[in-house]
Design a protein around this ligand. Structure first.
Ligand code: IYR
Length: 236
């Protein structure tokens, strides 16, 4: 077995960049198989939901989902994301109005071309975005294109899109795992969100998640997932 060597043999560097022992230990294959199947079944039951109950959702649940999402790996551990969680009805109404305005252009004035609109037809989406007011929470995920050092100078962020995309995936997973529903909504263009939510020029909206209890009995498109051989190639 490989022996562990600290990457910083220099004691000063080692003290500046402390390492700690990884807490997760390996498990027998059968136990991993059972856990893997259980997790797959949980995730396979997730669907993007576009109709929500207006039942309130306690803030601490949203906080925990954001904390889970914020465990995502990120380039040089910069965690280049900001989650803005909105429950204020006036702000939600403002976001809905602005998003519907953009979507009207997308759908009705053909800013989305015919191929795009045909691809969306099975989902039954249109420019009405009622969920932006009905869902008790809207969580807008911003990417931080760069950060700031303590002296105010620019701090480079690495692999921002990749990092924020992974954080978005963990957020969706966390919300589903606790029994709530969401959908990644991308009102396009999304620039209005930076203005409405008063975010700095270094941030760019990445995706908006309405979060809430699914409307009881809500129907979703009867989609099938691609089988493994269409999404994976093994070279053994
Ligand atoms: N932003 C639009 C359109 C839309 C685009 C894709 I790609 C989708 O998978 C779903 C919708 C909207 O939110 O309706």
């Amino acid at each position: 077995m490989a022996t562990y060597e600290h990457p910083y043999p220099d004691p000063e560097l080692a003290a500046a960049h402390p390492f700690t022992t990884y807490g997760t230990t390996s498990r027998p294959d059968q136990e991993m198989r059972a856990r893997a199947r259980e997790f797959h079944d949980l995730m396979d039951a997730r669907r993007s939901v576009r109709m929500f109950d207006d039942r309130p959702v306690p803030r601490d649940l949203i906080e925990t989902a954001i904390r889970s999402a914020s465990t995502a790996p990120s380039g040089a551990h910069m965690q280049p994301w900001t989650f803005v969680a909105i429950a204020d009805p006036a702000l939600k109404a403002e976001i809905r109005a602005a998003a519907e305005e953009e979507e009207r252009t997308n759908y009705l004035e053909n800013r989305m071309n015919t191929e795009w609109q045909a691809a969306l037809a099975p989902l039954g989406t249109d420019h009405h975005k009622e969920f932006l007011e009905i869902a008790p929470w809207l969580v807008v995920l911003f990417e931080q294109r760069f950060g700031e050092h303590e002296d105010g100078s620019k701090k480079t962020h690495y692999y921002v899109k990749e990092s924020v995309g992974i954080a978005a995936g963990l957020f969706v997973t966390a919300i589903h795992q606790m029994g709530l529903a969401t959908l990644p909504h991308t009102p396009s263009p999304m620039a209005f969100l930076r203005r409405v939510l008063d975010r700095p020029g270094t941030e760019r909206p990445f995706v908006l998640f309405p979060v809430g209890h699914p409307l009881p009995g809500v129907r979703v498109p009867d989609l099938e997932r691609k089988p493994l051989d269409q999404v994976a190639v093994f070279r053994e």
